[in-house]
Design a protein around this ligand. Structure first.
Ligand code: NCD
Length: 340
């Protein structure tokens, strides 16, 4: 794995599970900074351009916070209407110009492949924060980091061996599950069960990729049977913005919903409950019901928290400071959190 001075566009750039473990181990060492026990200024003087041409809360903020926590400055743009793309500017021109202002660029864009196109014109490293229905490699890393932390990171050579992961929802349009399943297959052979209506099933190219890596793949639309032997249940939102007609979205919305009663009755192995967020709270039957909010196996907010350390680790590796970052840290002077 060579990340220094490189773009990070796809999980395909990580070839061995040791590459993933190296990033996760660095993230874990950086938790002292995330938890405000130490302050780092290692990226003082560096600028991140954080370009989000699609809606985002967690990904945009956690990239920004990660860079700030390393001492760097962040410049953001959000949305298409407020950027020159709405005046017909090409990806090439935007990329070339922004790369004259910043040391590293994070991009989210609605079209698959567009972030790679953006990278071609950039003079500085570009990180893919989601390209349409393509990939979301940093979400996959934080998801694997979460699974590793929940299961005990240092237990064995391959802590995820024989893991059974059940992915549920809009697997066709969900870029998080595309990246996550490919990344997890480095820990194979694993068992994947994909639960979706036929029209929203996992693309066959990803299924073929997993089979090639000796994983087993089962596709079904029956959630109840699919959860029985799951160790991890990864639930996703029906991607409303990817459908041409709203009626089509409404046909599937709320079809797969998990609440406490369902979990108690059908999730026999008491799996870790994951979701990249956001969950769709407008639905009568949301993907994960609020009645599970305090369940100890609900990892969704821990996933969101873990995104900061993973993104810090990536910045350190890409900007070549991974061996120095913890050398010059200082104590935190302010009150951290609420006084109980
Ligand atoms: C996801 C995304 O944008 O792909 N969210 C995220 O980045 N955490 C999932 C989604 O939008 O459903």
């Amino acid at each position: 794995m060579k990340l220094t001075g490189s773009h990070f566009l796809s999980v395909d750039q990580l070839h061995h599970r040791d590459d993933v473990l190296k990033i996760c181990e660095l993230a874990e060492r950086l938790e002292v900074i995330v938890q405000r026990k130490k302050v780092s200024r290692i990226l003082e003087g560096a600028i991140l351009a954080n370009l989000f041409f699609e809606p985002s809360t967690r990904t945009r903020l956690s990239f920004g916070c990660a860079f700030n926590l390393l001492g760097g400055a962040v410049r953001d743009t959000t949305g298409v209407t407020t950027s020159s793309i709405s005046k017909g500017e090409s990806i090439y021109d935007t990329s070339r110009c922004v790369s004259g202002y910043a040391d590293i660029i994070v991009v989210r864009h609605p079209d698959a492949g567009s972030v790679a196109q953006f990278a071609l014109a950039s003079k500085v490293p570009v990180i893919n924060a989601g390209d349409g229905i393509g990939e979301h490699p940093t979400q996959a890393l934080l998801d694997v980091y979460t699974i590793l932390r929940e299961r005990g990171m240092n237990q064995s050579d391959n802590p995820l061996q024989q893991l059974h992961i059940t992915m549920v929802g809009d697997l066709k349009h969900g870029r998080t599950v595309h990246s996550l399943s490919k990344l997890l297959s480095l820990f194979g052979p694993l068992h994947f069960t994909f639960v979706a209506p036929d029209a929203l099933q996992m693309p066959s190219s990803i299924e073929a990729f997993l089979l090639e890596r000796n994983c087993t793949v089962q596709k079904t639309d029956d959630l109840k049977n699919a959860v029985i032997s799951a160790d991890v249940l990864y639930i996703t939102r029906i991607q409303e913005e990817r459908f041409a007609e709203r009626e089509e979205f409404l046909r599937y919305a709320g079809q797969y919903a998990i609440d406490q009663a369902f979990y108690d009755q059908f999730c026999v192995k008491k799996p870790l409950l994951m979701h990249p967020l956001p969950r769709d709270s407008r639905l009568l039957a949301p993907e994960i019901n609020q009645d599970l909010n305090l369940h100890p196996n609900l990892a969704i907010f821990r996933q969101s928290d873990n995104g900061v350390a993973i993104r810090m680790a990536l910045f350190c590796l890409i900007l070549g400071v991974e061996n120095k970052v913890l050398d010059k840290v200082k104590e935190v002077d302010w009150q951290v959190g609420l006084v109980k």
